[in-house]
Design a protein around this ligand. Structure first.
Ligand code: TRP
Length: 455
């Protein structure tokens, strides 16, 4: 009996759409709207975006297919799947490192993700009370700095965000979530388009297009390429087992390649649209492109403050951004939760509360890195920067590398070919070449290049 004919003990998606929605909900989040614009701003625009798009297509898409494939074939939590499958295929048990790496990376990602999700929550009442209406750039800037300067307020919003996340995860795989995503994502998309429209009229739209799409490769460093690759993994939710866990609840009749293409396509579209919404405002208002993690909050609140109807649009926008962040955060919790339920026999609520509590504690390090602990740095990186860099730029690509090697070289070809059912030999072959050669070599080269080994 092939693995995917058995169902997962945690349940199964009600329909193909439920999976696509949940996985898209996981992919689309702060990575698209907060992180993408700020790293693009920091690393200089078009050349970075081009490398990022190349990584999505040549690395992200094949790895996404591979990660869902492993999940659906194993039908267990990522940790147990990476114990069972290697044994089934006669491979060494070292592959279970992949499962554990994912759980550790998940804690790191969740810890700072919740802090930033908290900023998004905090901006709902700010916007609603008209704090940004007609405000100039100095005022919106000041607002963000004040938030970052206050550990108490950051802690409140971080706690609230983590509690929401845990509450949703406790309720299980399908309940409520599916409806929320189906309703909210289109509205978020619409509001981003409203912002693009505003940028076209009032912002420096042509300059923004030039910034985003006229590459200057001479300024591209090895570090930038590594960050672009990490961002591709982060935004597609790859490398830590989140999509693997979601894949384990996927019916064997649903097409993995088609679903993956849809998810990656939607995610990329939303990141680019977020860029088109944000960069015209930055360039027109003369905001600092390289200001880092505050970029989106400062820019958008300024934009909302200037545009007609901005009070309403802004309030709704930050509510939806918080929801988008929640649907991503729950997927980061899923691998560890499924493991505790499956192997330790924990009740789902207890498992969820424990994981949320641990990540919450770790997140306090991140929120203190903007105030009390801002002086403590390692290689000039503060606590949050270390958590972000280590997980996103190092651990996720490393996880992706192991995923690609596992499906390419360990999983029997009859299994992958049968499960993926590309319906076209050429497409299957291309994917196989990607996971066997392109992905591992590309990741290795980017790593070595960033270390300066390649000169
Ligand atoms: N992809 C999400 C975003 O862009 C974040 C996320 C969810 C994630 N699940 C993940 C990142 C798993 C890495 C791994 O906001």
């Amino acid at each position: 009996m092939s693995g995917s004919q058995q169902a997962s003990i945690h349940g199964e998606w009600g329909s193909r759409w439920a999976f696509v929605l949940a996985a898209t909900g996981s992919a689309v989040g702060l990575g698209n709207i907060w992180r993408f614009p700020y790293v693009v701003g920091e690393y200089g625009g078009a050349a970075f975006i081009l490398v990022y798009l190349g990584c999505i297509l040549l690395i992200g898409l094949p790895v996404m297919i591979a990660e869902i494939l492993i999940g659906r074939t194993g039908r267990q939590s990522p940790i147990n799947t990476m114990r069972t499958l290697p044994a089934r295929y006669g491979a060494k048990p070292v592959w279970q490192i992949l499962g554990w790496l994912g759980v550790v990376a998940g804690f790191l990602v969740l810890s700072f993700y919740s802090v930033v999700g908290g900023w998004s929550l905090a901006y709902v009442p700010y916007t609603m009370t008209g704090a940004f209406t007609g405000a100039d750039t100095a005022t919106v800037d000041e607002f963000f700095s004040t938030l970052l300067g206050s550990p108490g307020r950051l802690l409140l919003w971080h706690t609230l965000f983590m509690a929401f996340t845990a509450w949703i995860v406790m309720r299980g795989v399908e309940q409520g979530l599916e409806k929320a995503v189906r309703l909210l994502m289109p509205i978020l998309f619409f509001l981003l388009l409203v912002m693009v429209g505003y940028g076209m009229g009032a912002g420096a739209f042509t300059e923004a297009l030039e910034f985003m799409f006229t590459p200057d490769f001479s300024a591209l460093t090895g570090q930038a390429v590594l960050v672009a690759m990490g961002q591709a993994f982060f935004t597609l939710s790859l490398g830590l087992g989140a999509i693997m866990a979601y894949g384990s609840y996927l019916s064997s009749r649903s097409s993995i390649p088609v679903n993956s293409g849809a998810i990656a396509g939607a995610d990329t579209l939303i990141a680019l649209i977020a860029g088109l919404a944000i960069f015209p405002i930055i360039l027109a208002a003369g905001l600092d492109m390289q200001q880092g993690p505050g970029l989106v909050f400062v820019t958008l609140s300024y934009g909302f403050g200037q545009m007609p109807g901005g009070l309403l649009f802004g309030t709704v926008f930050f509510i939806l951004l918080s929801f988008a962040a929640l649907t991503s955060a729950i997927s980061i919790m899923e691998p560890a939760t499924a493991y505790l339920v499956e192997s330790r026999g924990w009740q789902r609520p207890l498992a969820t509360a424990t994981i949320a509590g641990a990540a919450w504690l770790l997140g306090i390090g991140s929120l203190l890195s903007f105030n009390a602990w801002s002086g403590y740095t390692l290689f000039e990186l503060n606590f949050m920067e270390i958590a972000e860099y280590l997980s996103t730029s190092i651990m996720l690509p490393l996880g992706g590398l192991l995923i690609a090697l596992f499906v390419g070289w360990v999983m029997p070809l009859q299994v992958s070919e049968g499960e993926l059912a590309f319906g076209n030999r050429w497409l299957y072959r291309s994917w196989l070449i990607a996971v066997r050669y392109v992905v591992p070599v590309a990741i290795a080269v980017v790593f070595l290049n960033a270390l300066g080994v390649l000169g």
